[in-house]
Design a protein around this ligand. Structure first.
Ligand SMILES: [Zn+2]
Length: 191
């Protein structure tokens, strides 16, 4: 949706700039953006882009403990109303849904995990943790779960598109969660 808006704006800008230079011929339609830029890249260039996202060694062991055939990781993002607050559109429905997540949703999940004695990973936007400070102690009291960062306010990093700002938000989130947890978060999942 956003890229569509931008392309409309780009088209408008082209038309406007064409108007301001008072063309003597009919304005031509703006060129269509190249839908398949990869077609023109060499195999070496494609290889570079492909490997750019290789971030770690493979963690899958040769075999799972106790002859298990699969391993399952349960992880939860406790976004609550953070994304709604980020967009500045605090309507009653998304806000109460977010509050439900903190007040009822998380305790219900914790009870199920308790019952099955299963550990899980929780990723929390720092703002969500600050607005419902009871969440982190509730998770920590089980002594089997881990907590990671899920952005400052569930910012959309693709739309933000600003490395310095992203780093700043990550640092701020780490600081807030470290204070709330009494230890550093175990990792980061981008919102
Ligand atoms: Zn999320």
């Amino acid at each position: 949706m956003r890229s569509l808006d931008l392309s409309i704006l780009a088209g408008l800008a082209l038309v406007l700039s064409a108007c301001s230079t008072a063309p003597t011929t009919a304005p031509t339609a703006p060129a269509k953006p190249n839908a398949f830029p990869g077609i023109g890249l060499s195999l070496d260039e494609l290889k570079l882009r492909y490997q750019h996202t290789y971030v770690a060694r493979r963690l899958k062991p040769k075999k799972w403990p106790n002859g298990a055939r699969v391993a399952v990781a349960l992880s939860f993002d406790i976004d609550n109303a953070s994304g709604t607050l980020a967009r500045g559109t605090p309507g009653s429905e998304p806000m109460t849904r977010g509050q439900y997540g903190a007040i009822d949703g998380l305790p219900r999940i914790l009870r199920v995990l308790d019952k099955q004695n299963v550990p899980a990973s929780f990723f929390i936007p720092a703002v969500a943790a600050a607005l419902n400070p009871e969440m982190i102690p509730a998770i920590q009291s089980r002594q089997k779960h881990e907590i990671g960062i899920h952005g400052w306010i569930h910012e959309n990093l693709v739309e933000l598109n600003d490395e310095a700002k992203e780093q700043d938000l990550l640092n701020k989130s780490s600081e807030l969660l470290t204070k709330a947890m009494g230890r550093k978060p175990v990792g980061y999942r981008g919102p």
